[in-house]
Ligand binder design. Structure first.
Ligand code: AMP
Length: 475
């Protein structure tokens, strides 16, 4: 279901901003949520990122705040009226940019605060007064404690990616923040799943919420072709390089489960002359933003990342996603591959399955309710001349997983999970939410991503001489 923004009777300042964004019709979450938020009711929304969820809450919220518009320079005339909380800095930054774009022609101020950055510029902005504040919980608490911001006039609070915030352990921070807000307010909660924890959170902080669901978290875009390759741990690196080349992949996210693995892989790829950057939690905030910007501008071809980048980052038209490591949570698989095939573009999701991953792959099969066929990578250098190999193998009675290694030892898994960025404990999905039939998403018609120019060697990178111990190389 899509419908026109003109049905909403948005204020001219907002309608103009929407028109400038080039949106022609509302996405399903927008069509459902905007009219409800405009009435001031609480909302509990299940929507994947990439569905237009940010506009779904920002536009009605801004519309309702227009009555407070003023051009006064007095900070007292610009108290925080709306608070949007997100789990990661990147998401906060991205949502803040969207809010700024929608509020471009309004006299309402917005700002973003997140950790890893100097508090001083944020403090100056807060002290001048802002109507819409986008924040990560930890940094917001720092500002509350430093009395840089007062939240007693908040009318709207948005808990975005709420499940992720709980996974990361932000519940106590959220409870503290919410205790600073007036009881009389509108609360909007968005989450990929309605787990029992999320329902408890909603039960405590939402009043008679309207439930809106538009896309199942276990739904993958039909525009993404998925391949699972059975590859030994030692062969993953050359498989990655070969598939990038043979599939004509111009840009890709490469997901690893640990920060260490991510840093090592990025280093090896760079040494091999691939334009690569790493995005993980050990990078400073500045480095992370720069890495993302370089990738968005096309200066970097491979963004090697942990799950910090898996959720919500709106980078358009990434032709491929590699799961160098199979994620510990099946839901993260869906989020990771959601980075490609966005807005109707075609995407490839390529996953490397090695010995200890069979349980994780079985979890993905369960979540997607589909059988996964394992394929073999035929390495160029191993290929006998003239032989054609479709490479397809299915898990059947002669299950190739039987010959794979034993499952990862629990301690190893726990360690890897601790190392991984924001990785969370495995969740067993008994939620009846997952048992509902899929609803095909309504997607805009889009073009396939045309292969750009092939990967180039970075002029700054010397040819590889030394090989990182972790990876076996082609040469
Ligand atoms: P979100 O799910 O909020 O992260 O949005 C994902 C992307 O969809 C962003 O780039 C938005 O600018 C874009 N978007 C939001 N609403 C619409 C719309 N109605 N039509 C087209 N694109 C949209």
């Amino acid at each position: 279901m899509t419908s026109s923004f003109s049905n909403l009777q948005l204020a001219p300042s907002l309608a103009r901003a929407v028109a400038e964004m080039g949106y022609e019709s509302m996405t399903p979450i927008q069509a459902q949520a905007i009219p409800v938020v405009l009435t001031g009711q609480d909302v509990m929304g299940a929507a994947q990122t990439g569905t237009g969820k940010t506009a779904a809450f920002s536009l009605p919220l801004l519309q309702r705040l227009l009555k407070h518009e003023n051009t006064s320079t007095s900070p007292a005339r610009h108290p925080v009226r709306a608070l949007v909380l997100l789990p990661t800095r990147e998401l906060a930054d991205q949502v803040a940019q969207q809010v700024k774009a929608y509020a471009k022609y309004c006299n309402l101020r917005s700002a973003v605060v997140f950790g890893g950055m100097d508090m001083k510029p944020q403090t100056l902005e807060l002290k001048k007064g802002v109507e819409v504040l986008v924040a990560t919980p930890g940094r917001l608490l720092d500002h509350i404690e430093a009395k840089n911001v007062v939240l007693n006039q908040v009318e709207y609070v948005v808990l975005d990616e709420a499940d992720r915030m709980l996974d990361i352990g932000f519940l106590p921070d959220l409870q503290r923040i919410l205790s600073h807000l007036p009881k009389q307010r509108t609360t909007l909660l968005f989450s990929a799943t309605f787990s029992p924890e999320i329902k408890r959170l909603a039960g405590s902080y939402l009043q008679n919420p309207v439930t809106i669901e538009v896309a199942r978290p276990n739904e993958t875009a039909s525009t993404v072709t998925q391949h699972f390759y059975s590859v030994g741990v030692d062969d993953k690196y050359r498989a990655l390089k070969q598939l990038v080349k043979s599939n004509g992949i111009t840009q890709a996210f490469v997901f690893c489960n640990s920060k260490l693995g991510c840093a090592r892989l990025a280093r090896s790829l760079e040494r091999d002359g691939l334009r690569t950057t790493a995005l993980h939690g050990d990078k400073s905030q500045d480095e992370r933003l720069k890495a993302l910007e370089a990738f968005k501008r096309g200066e970097v071809d491979l963004l090697v990342c942990t799950d910090v980048a898996a959720r919500g980052l709106d980078i358009k038209d990434v032709p491929a996603v590699f799961n160098f490591d199979i994620p510990f949570n099946a839901e993260d698989y869906v989020h990771r591959i959601g980075r490609t095939g966005r807005a109707g573009a075609l995407g490839q999701a390529i996953s490397f399955v090695s010995g200890s991953d069979q349980r994780l792959v079985a979890d993905i099969e369960k979540l997607l309710k589909t059988k996964i066929d394992l394929e073999a990578v035929e390495f160029e250098e191993d290929r006998p001349r003239g032989r054609i190999n479709t490479g397809r193998r299915a898990w059947g009675e002669d299950d190739p997983r039987d010959v794979l290694d034993k499952p990862r030892a629990p301690e190893g898994q726990a360690r890897a999970r601790r190392e991984s960025n924001h990785a969370s404990a495995p969740r067993v999905s008994h939620d009846p939410f997952f048992d509902k039939p899929y609803e095909a998403p309504v997607r805009a018609e889009g073009e396939a991503v045309a292969p750009k120019e092939p990967l180039r060697k970075s002029p700054n990178i010397k040819p590889k001489r030394k090989v990182a111990a972790l990876f076996k190389t082609v040469e």
